[in-house]
Write a protein that binds this ligand. Structure first.
Ligand SMILES: NC(=O)c1ccc[n+]([C@@H]2O[C@H](COP(=O)([O-])OP(=O)(O)OC[C@H]3O[C@@H](n4cnc5c(N)ncnc54)[C@H](OP(=O)(O)O)[C@@H]3O)[C@@H](O)[C@H]2O)c1
Length: 212
């Protein structure tokens, strides 16, 4: 949904995901990179592809992430590793890989930005989602510190903490089963709010910034 909105706003996109099939609809409309962000080389490869295709990077939107449910006693090492590798380490590597190009964008007179999708659980850590909550709290802490560093280079980093959203993420956890969550926000409403934050020069998007 974010990609569609950014495309409609005129952005020239480079999209990354593991599934070629999921990205197939963008064939001809965006530069496609397939790769697993848990692999250390993927972030650099994505940035190289964006530069090769478009010559510059003015914005980075990190909406990759995985969720897991279940009690601590049932948490496996594999789930713990995947949560932190995907939700914390991968975004850190992506921003680091794009940094020089975002700085270049600022020097060229643009207003470069990074949008990092954390989650409401960073503000309200939730029982039955302890490791997921911890991964998102770690990401939000990273964003708070990195935003101050990047600001010196004219780069705006927006930490986004949406409430539950009906993207289907909760139905495809890497472990466990989602509790009854109630109706979530529409992906459309979340994407629109994030685009507004980018456009309106906002610097933080807490959970209470979203309405259904
Ligand atoms: N939905 C919610 O209720 C909710 C609420 C708050 C925050 N969030 C956060 O918002 C972000 C977007 O989630 P969503 O709801 O839009 O779920 P989604 O549709 O499942 O999107 C997650 C994306 O992450 C990609 N991804 C996952 N693991 C990856 C890996 N190892 N390497 C590369 N790409 C990977 C997936 O692509 P492939 O599977 O094709 O690789 C997918 O495009 C996530 O960070 C999520 O934690 C979601």
């Amino acid at each position: 949904m974010m990609s569609r909105h950014l495309h409609d706003e005129g952005a020239k996109l480079t999209l990354l995901g593991r599934s070629e099939a999921r990205l197939a609809e963008w064939d001809g409309l965006a530069t496609i990179v397939t790769g697993d962000l848990r692999d250390a080389e993927t972030a650099g490869r994505a940035v190289e592809a964006a530069i090769a295709a478009h010559g510059r990077i003015d914005g980075l939107v990190i909406a990759s992430g995985v969720v897991a449910f279940g009690m601590l006693a049932d948490l496996t090492d594999e789930t713990l590793d995947e949560l932190f590798a995907t939700n914390v380490i991968a975004p850190t590597r992506l921003i680091r890989a794009a940094l020089a190009h975002l700085e270049e964008s600022h020097r060229g007179g643009n207003s470069p930005f990074v949008v990092n999708f954390s989650a409401v659980v960073a503000e309200q850590p939730t029982a039955g989602m302890a490791a997921y909550s911890a991964s998102k709290a770690a990401l939000t802490a990273f964003d708070a510190a990195a935003a101050r560093e990047l600001r010196r280079s004219g780069i705006r980093l927006i930490d986004v903490r949406p409430p539950h959203t009906e993207t289907g993420l909760a139905e495809r956890p890497i472990a466990g089963t989602a509790p009854r969550l109630g109706a979530g926000l529409t992906p459309e409403a979340v994407a629109e709010r994030v685009i507004a934050a980018i456009t309106n020069d906002e610097r933080d998007l807490p959970s209470n910034a979203f309405t259904s």
